[in-house]
Design a protein around this ligand. Sequence first.
Ligand code: GUN
Length: 291
Amino acid sequence: MTDVIDGNAVAADVRAGLEASIDALADAGVTPGLATVLMSDDPASRTYVSMKQRDCEEVGIDGVHVEIAPDAPAEDLYDAIDDLNADPAIHGVLVQMPVPDHVDTRRVLRSVDPAKDVDGFHPENVGRLVAGHARFKPCTPHGVQKLLESVDVDPEGRDVAIVGRSSIVGKPLANLLIQKRTGGNATVTVCHSRTRDLAAKTRGADVVVAAVGVPQLIDGSMLKEGAVVIDVGVNRVDADTERGYELVGDVDFESAREVASAITPVPGGVGPMTRAMLLYNTVKAASEQED
Ligand code: GUN
């Protein structure tokens, strides 16, 4: 029987695990504070940010939302980040990506105080992660690790194929999984658009993580019998539904589940975990800043 991994349930466990730390902070008179910053008209980005705010409310984190018009000068965003960095009630700052073209993304990432960088995107935090001393594990890769843990898959010694080399998922996940200290010791292959024989790479893997943004790229014929499949993709494809679209992953779920021993659905797999690990990082940031 293929195990369909319930990301909502694993995320609920992560949130429950934060209660003790949030209570301890409350005893010390501290409420963790997370600021989300949105400079985009993209409906998906707006949905993600509002879900993050709702999560904060549910677990007792003070959520602050800052909205910058997408056509405003880039300086408005840089100034907003400076203000949040200086605010002692804010322990975590998240700028929803992507930002408009006239904004310098690298400057944005550099501008967030590394101690408040709950995304783990600041170059200092990327460096720490690569060196094996992660301060904040980036939320989606950390969520993937937790999902593997939930089905008792220890990456040690296993062959893992990551499809996609983004700075948000593929690259940090590869770093986490190869290093002993960050919960890995796996043998990792990172595949991308120039990989010659993708199916050969995925078929050789015990664990396949799809994070490439191509709807249903990975199907059952590309998997080893019994592989564990984690689908990070969230793609809106036109469909005859009320909303006019449906969400599909980077994996063809129906054919993959015939072959896999465990697989995450889309939606309800990785998405809730990304949000749960953001809460985790925010509580960590608050505990460290108030220490
Ligand atoms: N856009 C897509 N994923 C993410 C994420 O994890 N963090 C931020 N800040 N923006 C994103």
